[in-house]
Design a protein around this ligand. Structure first.
Ligand SMILES: Nc1ncnc2c1ncn2[C@@H]1O[C@H](COP(=O)(O)OP(=O)(O)OP(=O)(O)O)[C@@H](O)[C@H]1O
Length: 251
């Protein structure tokens, strides 16, 4: 659904992304992993029009390099940030209604409507917030805000979703719920997830691309990248050592 070729992002001579090829396919939850500073967020910034780049990003046959952020969003490429960007004073239903309402006037959008559109109601159930329609978004739990933000992309008809650390700060149950939600929405969309949590990646990734120093180090299934010695050396090995110091000490 999205084809990125030879993406380069240059910050005053420093190449934060250095010749990355990435293809996102419908039906797949595609994890982007890599150590701090590998260029994951900058790559997402480039695809969504927030960072200038050279190379090519094509969706539905259209080249998106140089296009404005809102044009890229209208092409169906949606993203979330590590800190959810919902309207805190508005209810869950209002947040979704606004996200669904491109084309309506600002006043019409803010008016409380007697009947919510069907896709808003369906999406509320899908993201597990069916009982929170009238809850102000500001008092939702952290995980619920992330789900609401994903819901806002869904009602806005995004079919390529780029999610930046969607489970940061979540407990076990919320993580599993989020993983299942990602697979549910990927059934007819492409979903990319920037993530540091290796257990979550192993449990829910269909495909993994490992970035290191701005370049793609490896790409493939969880087993393929986990078994790649280069990946173990720069990333998974480090992560294992950090998480299991006792094992590392006895190894
Ligand atoms: N606006 C900027 N100007 C200069 N350098 C930047 C800018 N944004 C990011 N960088 C640098 O680019 C590199 C890649 O950063 P990026 O945030 O994309 O990495 P990341 O893989 O997402 O890391 P993390 O997992 O820590 O979020 C880092 O060295 C970072 O310091």
């Amino acid at each position: 659904m999205l084809i990125c070729k030879n993406i380069e992002v240059d910050f005053d001579g420093f190449k934060a992304v250095n010749g990355v090829d990435l293809t996102l396919d419908r039906g797949e939850v595609h994890f982007l992993i890599g150590p701090n500073g590998a260029g994951k967020t900058t790559l997402v910034d480039a695809v969504t029009g927030l960072a200038k780049y050279s190379g090519s990003v094509v969706k539905d046959g259209e080249e998106l390099r140089g296009k404005k952020v809102h044009h890229i969003a209208r092409k169906g490429i949606g993203r979330t940030f590590q800190t959810a960007t919902v309207f805190e004073d508005l209810t869950v239903a209002q947040n979704l209604d606004i996200a669904a309402g491109a084309g309506r006037s600002p006043w019409a959008l803010l008016r409380r409507r007697k009947h919510l559109p069907a896709n808003v109601v369906e999406t509320m159930d899908r993201i597990g917030l069916g009982k929170e329609a009238d809850t102000p978004a500001g008092i939702l739990a952290h995980g619920q805000k992330q789900w609401l933000e994903i819901g806002m992309l869904l009602v806005g008809d995004a079919d390529v979703l780029l999610l930046d650390e969607p489970i940061a700060g979540m407990g076990h149950e919320e993580r599993d719920t989020t993983g299942r939600l990602l697979h549910d929405i990927a059934a007819d969309r492409a979903v990319a997830v920037v993530e540091h949590d290796m257990d979550f990646m192993r449990a829910f990734a269909d495909r993994v691309t490992v970035l290191h120093a701005g370049a793609v180090l490896a790409s493939g299934s969880v087993d393929e990248v986990s078994g790649d010695p280069r990946v173990q050396a720069v990333y998974l090995g480090t992560a294992t050592d950090e998480k299991e110091p006792a094992d590392a000490a006895t190894a």
